[in-house]
Ligand binder design. Structure first.
Ligand code: HEM
Length: 530
């Protein structure tokens, strides 16, 4: 035993005698995880969260969340002697007069953008592969909570510096609060401590941004990962992989090394972006004054779709019983996002109701094999994308020489017409891909080699797939439509009539698939075909 091993052993013994951790660690460090690049998306979210905590802590050393009026005396000359809030002045101070301050601000902002992007792409992976199915519905719900919290946390973050852009965003948030019928005005008064913008809001959101929400994040992420641990990670189908096993590498040393390295890659990319790519240059916007707004005001991307929805809303208002209901804000700002998020949260339960499938699933779906779900996802993405495009309508107008109205009308019509179109096209593409898979299994890969037979006939040689590949392409189940039963055995009308009809209709749509090759078909064609 080398000296180094002896020292390590002594330390390990010392710790074990006091904590009894060895047995626990020995068991758990050998836990096996399946391997796939798409499982690293959740990891990117995790690592950027750590980067957010580290860089954010640095910023708290200098940021002053106060609305006290000060005269700027820092080194950024264009704003010299300008009256502003202490919050804005301190954000300028971090950017220009604290060593490494601008780099840290930019790393923090880039990490937030990457965090949100990683969460969304991770969510899409989970959705399109059906990883949310039983027993992982709770983790899906936790995920929706994390996504919502991320949007709120990011918005509060870029509202803190009290620059012109952040104030403009807060004004929209206040308008959305005020649009709530009856209670809106009171909630706004309560939150802002009186009239907008007031003196108390920035200090309040600061506490939420650095203490409350990160605390909730930490708790939820911990539970999220504990559930992944306990329920085990899903795996893509393949030879040897079943609903009852996990094929992969052990946590120690393989994943520890990979995850550690990957953390530094994420950190490196974020730091590189923070160093070379300017983000949120608050000094160019100036301090917030409610009467001003800069051209091309853009929220961060994860808020852009909401802004886009608000920007495309027609001017609808109802006046009743002395109250004004501003549908133009209420609908895009609260009702539509509310429906989207509730629908997303309930999706695992809706799908299991439609399919009638209450079993556990640990093998992932290939998106093409579940055309309805994949098409629904494409539809939701198209909706959000059009809203996002409209969120940048002013920038698009100036860059592409269009008018705001042209873009707004494109968005208003597009947001109704294009998502259903995306659904139909995606479903057709999935079915075509299923057909292509069927062809591949039955007839093999085209090799491009043409051969002339003695009879003079030309044929193309097809290369048969390996048994592993054939298995991967055919192992999935194809759902059957649930039969419509509106009467019981005695001919009495079933009270669940409408629900049963809906379920039968949806499950029929869900069961629309290209029949996968049967074992008999594969056998029959095996060997003697081209
Ligand atoms: C702070 C945000 C989040 C973090 C840090 C995070 C982290 C992770 C990690 C590291 C994994 C294991 C690796 C992987 O499958 O990618 C995972 C799995 C999972 N996450 Fe997240 N996640 C977050 C948000 C979400 C969201 C928004 C959803 C969906 C709404 C979600 C749903 C799931 C599910 C269902 C699993 C289990 C996947 C499986 O076993 O295949 N997560 N998460």
């Amino acid at each position: 035993m080398s000296a180094r091993e002896r020292v390590a052993g002594t330390v390990a013994n010392y710790v074990d005698e006091r904590t009894g951790a060895a047995a626990y660690l020995k068991k758990n460090l050998q836990k096996v995880f399946p391997d796939h690049w798409s499982f690293m998306l959740g990891e990117i979210a995790l690592y950027s969260f750590v980067i957010l905590l580290l860089s954010g802590t640095f910023l708290t050393f200098w940021f002053d969340p106060s609305m006290r009026t000060v005269v700027y005396e820092g080194s950024y000359q264009p704003l010299k002697e300008v009256e502003m809030s202490a919050a804005y002045a301190s954000a300028l101070h971090i950017s220009f007069d604290v060593r490494g301050g601008l780099l840290m601000r930019q790393i923090h902002h880039w990490a937030a953008l990457i965090f949100m992007a990683a969460i969304v792409v991770h969510l899409l992976r989970v959705f399109f592969t059906g990883a949310f199915r039983k027993p992982r519905e709770f983790n899906w719900l936790l995920g929706i909570g994390l996504l919502t919290l991320g949007i709120v946390e990011g918005f509060l973050g870029y509202s803190l510096p009290d620059d012109l852009l952040s104030g403009t965003g807060l004004r929209i948030a206040q308008a959305i609060i005020q649009a709530l019928p009856v209670v809106g005005t009171y909630i706004s008064f309560f939150a802002f401590g009186g009239a907008f913008p007031g003196e108390v809001f920035i200090p309040r959101i600061y506490t939420a941004h650095i203490l409350l929400i990160p605390g909730i994040f930490l708790a939820l992420i911990t539970v999220h990962l504990m559930l992944v641990w306990y329920q085990k990670h899903t795996q893509y189908p393949g030879p040897g992989r079943t609903e009852k096993n996990v094929v992969g590498y052990p946590l120690m040393p393989t994943y520890m090394a990979k995850a550690g390295g990957f953390f530094f890659i994420v950190f490196g990319v974020t730091a590189f972006l923070g160093a070379v790519a300017s983000i949120n240059p608050i000094w160019l916007y100036g301090p917030y004054t409610p009467g001003q707004i800069s051209a091309g005001s853009q929220p961060d991307w994860y808020m852009g779709w909401l802004d886009g929805l608000v920007r495309m809303a027609p001017p609808l208002e109802t006046h009743a019983f002395g109250h004004t209901i501003s549908w133009n804000i209420l609908l895009p700002g609260l009702i539509i996002p509310g429906i989207l998020f509730t629908g997303m949260a309930l999706y695992p339960f809706i799908e299991s109701w439609i399919t009638g499938d209450k079993r556990e699933h640990h093998l992932l779906d290939r998106p093409r094999n579940v055309p309805n779900r994949t098409a629904l996802g494409a539809m939701a993405l198209t909706f959000t994308l059009i809203a996002l495009i409209n969120g940048g309508n002013d920038i698009i107008a100036t860059h592409f020489d269009l008018t705001i109205n042209q873009i707004m009308w494109f968005s208003r019509i597009g947001i109704i017409v294009l998502p259903p179109l995306a659904f139909v096209i995606t479903k057709r593409i999935c079915l075509s891909l299923q057909r292509a898979d069927r062809e591949l299994v039955l007839h093999g890969k085209e090799t491009g080699r043409l051969v002339m037979l003695p009879s003079g006939e030309f044929i193309e040689i097809h290369e048969e797939l390996t048994p592993e590949k054939k298995y991967a392409l055919t192992q999935h189940e194809q759902p059957k439509a649930i039969e419509l039963v509106t009467e019981d055995a005695q001919g009495v009308l079933n009270p669940k009539g409408i629900r049963a009809r809906l379920q039968a209709r949806f499950s029929a749509a869900n069961a629309e698939n290209i029949a996968k090759p049967t074992a008999a078909e594969v056998k029959e064609l095996e060997g003697g075909h081209h």
